[in-house]
Write a new protein. Sequence first.
Length: 275
Amino acid sequence: MRIMISADMEGATGVTWTEDVIPGTEQWQRFRRLFTGDVNATIAGLFDSGATDVLVNEAHSSQRNLLLEDLDGRARMLTGRHKPLSMMQGIDTGVDGVVFLGYHAGAGFDGVLSHTYLENQITGVWLDDVPASEGRLNAAMAAEYGVPVLVVSGDDKACDDAQDYAPEAELVTVKECVSRYAAICLPPARTAELLSSAAADSMNRAGRVERFTTPHRIEVEFDASHLAQAAAVIPTVEQIGVRRVGFDAPDMTEAMKAFKIVTAIAAGAVQGIYG
């Protein structure tokens, strides 16, 4: 049984504000250890219940946050940026299940450090007319490869979101959202127990299922009109509102590749404090 972990950082144990997840800060150095601890607890649970290979795909920001020297020696880690499938790189390699670790609520919703890809320029994303977090987008890609979502961890808002897009997944709430920058947090010893237990329990659902490929439409709303105008320069992307663009794709893999381009172009169009 080969399992993939897509590891994001905003939903990791103890993380509550910007400095916790920005590479190079003192707080980031601290929370890298807690983040790695969450990953290791999950790896342990997966191996305890029959996993034979675990690939950890770093999915946060620079995608160089986890401490390789502290990683469980039974796992492998995919680190670094510019991966074609981004947060889901590795989903196309025949894995039997995927864990969404450290996930968060989407742009426009309550949740600790809630956003979708861009930290603050995107106010909403819709997948086939349904509001979409990173979790929902990634779950649709997993379905395209016949890979079940086994576990989702994060704050309570991320877990509420996952109940809709991955209703059979084990959910692990490591903190309760008070605001976008505050939460009631469980200490690492307790979250490690929860993560390991959930990962172990989830292995009874591991195993590829029928692939589900279908056309998709993604719409993205920004906080400023010029970002929509910049994104609409991309072929196939249409400006459908003052701050909103949309595009169609033949499958989820192509949809996510186009979405990456949209977010990259929009991020490049941000101009200082005016956005």
